[in-house]
Design a protein around this ligand. Structure first.
Ligand SMILES: *Cc1c(COP(=O)(O)O)cnc(C)c1O
Length: 364
């Protein structure tokens, strides 16, 4: 059985966890938390990093620190993991959904300005499946209309837009370290920013809204969104390997590109894009099953599963699901219908990927 994504953990992670346990600092104080935050901020060359309990709480914390609340609108792509939109709803604000760019799947900046009105407060670009958003036009719209930008980089640690790391464009950027993300802490998240005021707001909101000079005194209603030292212990070890992990993701993507080229040339599939201005980190390698393929996407999922190969369909557009506002966004709907994520764990090699691509060719 080839799972779709599994973490790669080694001796360093284990030794750090042992050290944390032996130190008895297993809750949300201890040396690994500061070390992980500092390392993550340095990696992105930003001033501050605030570790959180998961990627969803990171997004909620970011929006709260920006004062997003009732009556506000926040622009989000419809093709993303539900947490992006849920974080807006947790603030009692309204997510306003935009369609995907058909070529590289992230939010289409051409549709952005139409969605802006006097209630719009922020945009959340999501760097989907490891590919960066087209940040220049997004930042232009944000600047023109005085909107905050919160990057959701949960799937794109270390990806580059025009040579600059994603996560360094917005006012705040959010990451996830869930077990299947590019680096993991089991559950975990991070907010990064270079704004001191936002940093201090996030630190206070993360810790029950408690006044930092007066214990048990609360000036605001906060949350417990802290990361534990045990999680950070794993994170410190994972962060050291991030660039190596990205190189491996890209190497495996190049194997997929090569082995699937003939299916692409026959017009049966489209390959995971990488725009000329992008360095994609291929969190999970994806293809589109075009209508010319003799089997539909879900049929292919079943056939591959019979051969011990686990795959995933794309996310559903948020705007077709019951709890959310219904809007028709055709590019996202088409991508969601055709999209298939292939096994992308870091321990896969050329042989594994040949096996997967051979199986896909045989279902034809
Ligand atoms: C994983 C993910 C999140 C949420 O992260 P959790 O750590 O699972 O809470 C948010 N946004 C996107 C795009 C994600 O892929």
């Amino acid at each position: 059985m080839i799972p779709v994504l599994e973490p790669l953990l080694g001796e360093d992670e284990l030794n750090n966890v042992i050290e944390a346990v032996k130190s008895s600092w297993i809750s949300s104080q201890g040396k690994f938390i500061g070390e992980f935050e500092e390392g993550f901020a340095d990696y992105h060359q930003v001033k501050h990093a605030i570790a959180t309990s998961n990627g969803t709480t990171a997004l909620h914390l970011a929006l709260k620190s920006l004062g997003i609340g009732k009556g506000d609108e926040v622009i989000v792509p419809t093709l993303t993991f539900a947490a992006t939109a849920n974080a807006v709803l947790y603030c009692n604000a309204e997510p306003v959904f935009v369609d995907s760019h058909p070529e590289y799947w992230c939010m289409d900046p051409d549709n952005l300005e139409d969605k802006v009105n006097s209630r719009t407060k922020a945009i959340i670009p999501v760097h989907l499946y490891g590919h960066p958003c087209d940040m220049d036009p997004i930042m232009d719209v944000a600047e023109d209309h005085h909107l905050y930008v919160v990057e959701d980089a949960a799937e794109a640690h270390g990806a580059l837009y025009k040579g600059k790391k994603v996560g360094t464009f917005g006012d705040i950027s959010c990451y996830s370290f869930y077990g299947n993300k590019i680096i993991t802490t089991g559950e975990g998240g991070m907010c990064i920013t270079s704004d001191e005021t936002l940093e201090s707001k996030m630190r206070i909101l993360r810790d029950h809204g408690m006044n930092t000079n007066r214990r048990y005194w609360h000036d605001v209603i906060g949350f417990n969104y802290r990361m534990t030292n045990l999680q950070a212990a794993i994170g410190v070890a994972q962060l050291q390997k991030l660039d190596q992990f990205i190189a491996k993701k890209r190497e495996n993507a190049s194997y997929y590109h090569r082995m699937l080229k003939d299916l692409r040339d026959d017009g049966l599939i489209s390959l995971h894009p990488e725009m000329p201005w992008a360095k994609c980190v291929y969190w999970i390698y994806c293809i589109l099953i075009e209508d010319e393929f003799n089997l539909k996407r879900d049929g292919i999922i079943n056939e591959l599963m019979k051969k011990g190969i686990d795959t995933r369909p794309f996310f559903y557009p948020i705007t077709i699901m019951k709890p959310y506002k219904k809007v028709s966004l055709p590019h996202a709907e088409e991508l969601s219908r055709k999209g298939l994520s292939l096994p992308s764990s870091l321990n896969l090699d050329f042989e594994d990927i040949s096996k997967i691509t051979d199986a896909l060719k045989k279902v034809r």
